[in-house]
Write a protein that binds this ligand. Structure first.
Ligand code: SF4
Length: 177
């Protein structure tokens, strides 16, 4: 029988949640014995698969690219997990929300540079007016709080989900970096 499938996705986050996932250390081998990681920044695969059992998503939805990606992820994922405070509240990416896109881009690309520059029109994804938590855009099944969530919390939650159990409530998340 084939193993359940696992994916991780990186939207607008600092990668700290993925680093915490890697901090599972040798227990990654336990997870690898129970599931196949078929899509991730850690895996060389470009397109999101047609069917994934569990997808952990780091980061807020901040750009049109993020929006398209999370819609596709939701459509092809059985259990979608918001991984970390940026995914759950928009957290750090959301700090730009009160200022508006234009003033943020001006600050980054015009006011704070020593060499004259213009706003980028290629390659950089088009920003949404606000960075938004994932559950404001698509339904989320499990929330894993923390900045980042601890490796223990990530491991226990994924192990519980793979075993068909309710995620373990006994491990306390840590808030704020
Ligand atoms: S929740 Fe914290 S660690 Fe995770 S992506 Fe956001 S800022 Fe980084």
């Amino acid at each position: 029988m084939s193993k359940p499938t696992l994916a991780t996705v990186w939207l607008d986050g600092c990668s700290g949640c993925h680093m915490s996932f890697l901090d599972i250390d040798e227990r990654l081998l336990d997870l690898a014995a129970q599931a196949d990681l078929i899509y991730s920044p850690l895996v060389d695969r470009k397109d999101f698969p047609d069917e994934v059992d569990i997808t952990l998503v780091e980061g807020a939805v901040s750009s049109e690219d993020d929006l398209n990606k999370i819609r596709k992820v939701r459509a092809h994922t059985r259990i979608l997990v918001s991984l970390g405070d940026c995914a759950i509240t928009s957290n750090v990416p959301g700090m730009r929300n009160p200022f508006g896109v234009k003033s943020v881009l001006d600050r980054a690309y015009v006011e704070n540079v020593t060499v004259p520059h213009t706003l980028p029109s290629k390659v950089i994804p088009v920003l949404l007016e606000h960075a938004r938590p994932i559950h404001e855009v698509v339904p989320v099944d499990v929330f894993l709080p923390g900045c980042p969530p601890s490796a223990d919390l990530i491991f226990q939650t994924v192990a519980d989900l793979l075993s068909g159990r309710e995620p373990h409530p006994g491990i306390k998340p840590r808030f704020g970096a």
